[in-house]
Each structure stands twice: as structure tokens, then as C-alpha cells.
Design a protein around this ligand. Sequence first.
Ligand code: TRP
Ligand code: SF4
Length: 346
Amino acid sequence: MPENKRTIMSGMRPTGKLHIGHYMGVLKNWVELQNDYDCYFAIADWHALTTKYEETEELNQHILDVAIDWIASGIDPEVSTIYVQSLIPQIAELHVYLSMITPHNWVERDPALKDMIKILSKKTEEQESKAPADSGVVTYGLLGYPVLQSADIMMFNASLVPVGSDQVAHLELSRDIARKFNYIYKTDYFNEPQPKLTHAPLLKGIDGQKMGKSFNNDIKLSDSDEITTKKIMRAITDRSRIKRTDPGHPDECEVVYTYYSIFADENTKDAVRQECTAGTRGCKDCKIELANLINDNFKDIREKRKELEQDTDYIKQIIADGSQKAKQRASEVLEEVKDVMRLYKI
Ligand code: TRP
Ligand code: SF4
């Protein structure tokens, strides 16, 4: 094994079971990269608390579910380090140091954070009558979201961060922070972390909106074949098509046909286009065939997932071991950071 592999760091918030969009957009990438890099994958529970600080009763289960989805998808705990963010207090300490050097207007300008705040305040309006308390409020912690994420990355001095395109704006801030740290403390200690995206476009939900659990439009890695098929049957198609014999427009069929272009081989895809355009292909049959393709694609992952679900002790051990390893590395980095900053040491 070559020494000094470059380091990858990435993470996800534990907000529930993962969907096929997480897999196609991010996880697949992690699995492919894990042998060529030293990989740290965080279950970012502090980030989950930035918005869901009231909903902690299910947090532990969500953390286990994320670990199960990752391992079932092919993240090998013997190769990659899987850990829970809140078990590594060094990240919180580094977050404090980074927060001191980060101008607040850099954070306020972060478009990815602005989006989160926009969605959150919309929800608050809707919930106002039901939950007048403070759910959905923009907290001090939420403002620090991208700074905390920078601490996650810089804690392992990662140079590459494989993420979905929604995270790219956060990473720009991470690079600015790393650069400013190096400049202020006259060092070249920190790498400027670059995003690494998959080629797969972001998978839309079955309603054509962004796929997400809270939009009730996702297909989960843990869904059964039956549920997957049921969900695909609800997916939107070319809206201008009324009768089975009407010529269809695959390019206007932004969910079903787009899924075909991701999950089917070229021949199938061409046949779908040709038959749809000729009006010889019914949308119902088209969806059933698509559901079968998706179920085939996730068959192995789903089987593995079922096994892992039965073995919670094993999952907990993976998390414990990974977190211990991450903590060891984090404390080394933190000592070096404190030296560079000339902080008081005993
Ligand atoms: N913000 C990321 C998301 O919502 C999760 C995350 C937390 C992360 N820390 C990170 C991603 C560090 C990359 C690197 O998906
Ligand atoms: Fe979409 Fe298939 Fe219907 Fe064509 S036949 S509009 S590709 S679902």
C-alpha cells in the first residue's frame, strides 16, 4: 500500500434512511474512491442538530440506519473510516478556532446556507398554526453550519470532498477559510479542499422536484420491490399524453425517461424512446419495466441491508472502532494546529 495517500473526507446528516439519489449522486462515488484515498466518512449528527435540535428521540436510530445504508452500498469499514461526528470533540474545538477567523459576511453570503434558511422559514410559516414554538428558527448554530463543515474537512486535512452538487457552495467557503488560516498564521498547513462530483445528474423525486424524504417523493435503498414499484407508478410522465396511442415526448418525461437514461442500457433506452414517440408504448407498462430495472439494480444492496439490520452489535462496533481511529488522527492534527497558532500548551 502506498504511503501518504491523499485524504478524502465527506459526510451526511443522519435524518433517516437514505434514498437512491444519495446512492447515485454520492455513495457510489465514495465506494469507487475508497481504495485510492485515505477516507473519512462522518455521520454528521451536529449538522442534523442545526435544524432538528428538537427531534433527538430518533437520532440514534438514524445514525445506525445511515451506517447500515453505507456499508450495504459497499463502503468497506476495513478500508474507510466511518465515524460519528459528535464522538470527536476535536472537531468542535477546531470549529471554534475557524469561527474566529471567518468573517460573518462570508457565511451570510454562502448560497447553500441561504437556501437552507429559505426552506426552513417557508416550513415555519406552514407550521405556524400547528407548532407555534421555535421549530424552524434560524439559530446561531445554523449560521455556523458551513464553518462546522469546514472543521470536519480540515480536521483530517482532506484535499478532496466527494459530495452532491448542492454542497459545492459550502466548499468554496471551506477553501476561503483554509486559505485565510494559512495566510494569517504564515503556514501552508491546510490543503484547500476541492469538491468531487459524480457524473450522474441529481436524481429527481417521483414528482419531478428535488428528491428528499421530507417531500415524500423519494425511493429508499431500504424500500421493498413492491413499494418501489408502487412509487414508480405514481411518478409523473409526459403530461401532454392522454391516450395510450398519443405520441409521447421522452424529453418531457423528466422522471421516468430520465431514470431510464440512468438505469437502462443504451438499447433499452433507444427502444423506449422510439416506442414512446411512435405511440406504441403505454406509460403504465413503461413504468413497470422501469421499476423492475431499479429493483434489479438495488437487489444486492437491499439483501445486504437486510442482513446488516439484524446485526446491530456489528454496526455499533464498526462505529466505535471508526470513531476511535478518527479521534486519534484528529487529536494529532489539533496539536499541530495549536502549535501553528501558538496557543498555550502545558
Ligand atoms: N452538509 C452535508 C450534507 O448535508 C453533510 C456534511 C457534514 C458534510 N459535514 C461534511 C459533507 C463534511 C462533506 C464534508 O450532505
Ligand atoms: Fe414517459 Fe414511458 Fe410514458 Fe413515454 S411511455 S411518456 S417515456 S412513461
